[in-house]
Design a binder for this molecule. Structure first.
Ligand SMILES: NC(=O)c1ccc[n+]([C@@H]2O[C@H](COP(=O)([O-])OP(=O)(O)OC[C@H]3O[C@@H](n4cnc5c(N)ncnc54)[C@H](OP(=O)(O)O)[C@@H]3O)[C@@H](O)[C@H]2O)c1
Length: 419
């Protein structure tokens, strides 16, 4: 399970959690697989393929998975069925899947005669996906907040100009991030100030030209009816209609959108007339949107942070000072140091390139920080929501021994550090 956990850390968080799997062969050889983000194969088929490639006899091996194998039909079929068909005699699981559409995998394996052990390294596996588990429990999408700001924390100059504070490389990264998520969310203030389109396209593109053909693979879990593949028929340099998979543009706030704005004219735009971040997110989740990117502005970002619904924070800091410009966050609700909302570095891959960090600029003058909440409070249960703390079905006593040391394990690969 240590090897499976290390493999999981090489994946990308978002609509789907970080999941790793390890196959332990009878001779002590361990091979691993991991899930690389929504739309890619799950960890189990990845590990089974690696084991087959290594010539490992799966009918005499133990498979360890950090999350209960799923029972639903995604890109590669239910992982439980793959394990059963492969003839794996024993499966060890760290955490139960709280997602109703995926749960029940352990019971299904047991029904098929597979020996199942659960709860092994559960706290580590739970910590790995604490915020994802919280989002599922709150019946809302996983939330990434991106902020582009100056060194002194401003997101616009005193006269309101804000395009562009960050570099083309950082903006290109934002468009790659947009292509990874199901929806891009702004407040009505930003909608009015910037008239954004919220599409995924190259940053170098001139205004008015076509979005790039960004196609996210089909979801590994369920299809998203709102992330549509639409023909790109807008005027621009493209000669052929290009299939484009774009995030759903979302505006949050009571004010009307300007009728001639890009968002108002986009038939896919969702305008949520609310000021309640959790309610807005739950509405988006009900529409099948599982990962959203919040792009500001100051009031909406402050509201989401204050509500504790930001799972991932990406800060793009440009080397400039804007003095009396617009602060990046408004009404955060912090009045004393003890109330500070603290963050820690997230060293799992973002699934995005190009990248930069304080120690590796790679041509980008901006500093990019990827952070996750320092403390994840115990998930609060929303009325009617699926509890996050999901326990496994009561197992047979003989099937739940204390976690044991794996015999002579191959050293687990190091988690990816930085980018
Ligand atoms: N550098 C960057 O990365 C970046 C990104 C985005 C924006 N910006 C800049 O930020 C500025 C706009 O910021 P902003 O703060 O004015 O606009 P904003 O945060 O985009 O929108 C504010 C509006 O959001 C709505 N809202 C929804 N829920 C809310 C809540 N819980 N609390 C408060 N408001 C809520 C309200 O609209 P209603 O009044 O309609 O209810 C409010 O007026 C622009 O200058 C833009 O260029 C910069």
């Amino acid at each position: 399970m240590d090897a499976a956990l290390a493999a999981a850390r090489r994946g990308v968080r978002g609509a789907n959690p970080l999941v790793g799997a390890a196959v332990l062969a009878p001779d002590g050889t361990i091979v691993t697989g991991h899930h690389r983000g929504a739309g890619t194969p799950h960890a189990e088929p990845d590990a089974l393929a690696a084991a087959r490639a290594a010539g490992i006899d799966l009918t005499a091996s133990v498979v360890c998975v950090t999350l209960e194998p799923c029972t639903h039909h995604g890109r590669t079929g239910p992982c439980t069925d793959l394990l059963i068909e492969a003839g794996v005699p024993e499966v060890v699981v760290a955490v139960a899947d709280p997602n109703p559409s995926a749960a029940g995998g352990c019971a299904r394996l047991r029904d098929a005669g597979v020996t199942v052990r659960t709860g092994v390294r559960e706290s580590e596996a739970r910590a790995l996906n604490a915020r994802w588990l919280q989002a599922v429990g709150e019946r809302r999408p996983y939330v990434t907040l991106k902020m582009a700001q100056s060194l002194d924390g401003r997101i616009a100059a005193a006269d309101g100009t804000s395009q562009w504070i960050t570099s083309p490389a950082s903006r290109e990264r934002v468009h790659t991030l947009r292509a990874r998520v199901d929806a891009v969310v702004v407040g009505t203030g930003t909608a009015h100030a910037d008239d954004p389109r919220l599409t995924a396209r190259p940053a170098s593109e001139a205004p008015g030209s076509n979005p790039v053909a960004v196609t996210r693979p089909d979801s590994g879990t369920q299809s998203n009816p709102h992330t549509q593949s639409v023909p790109d028929t807008q005027p621009g340099p493209a000669t052929q209609p290009v299939p484009v998979t774009q995030p759903v543009p979302v505006a949050v706030g009571m004010r009307d959108l300007a009728p001639d704005s890009h968002l108002a004219r986009d038939p896919r735009t969702v305008h949520l007339r609310t000021r309640d971040p959790l309610a807005a997110l739950q509405t988006l989740r009900e529409r099948g949107l599982e990962h959203v990117l919040v792009e500001g502005g100051a009031h909406l970002a402050g509201a989401f942070l204050r509500a504790g619904v930001v799972d991932e924070l990406e800060l793009h800091i440009a080397p400039m000072l804007l003095g009396d410009g617009l602060p990046g966050l408004a009404d955060l609700g912090v009045s004393t140091l003890a109330e500070a909302i603290r963050w820690i570095p997230d060293d799992t891959p973002a699934g995005v390139s190009p990248v930069s960090s304080p120690d590796s600029h790679r041509g980008n003058p901006d500093t990019i920080l990827r952070l996750r909440p320092a403390e994840t409070p115990e998930p609060t249960q929303t009325p009617g929501a699926t509890p996050t703390s999901v326990s496994f079905p009561a197992p047979e006593a003989a099937e739940t021994p204390e976690p044991t040391q794996t015999p002579d394990p191959t050293p687990a690969p190091e988690p990816t550090k930085g980018r």
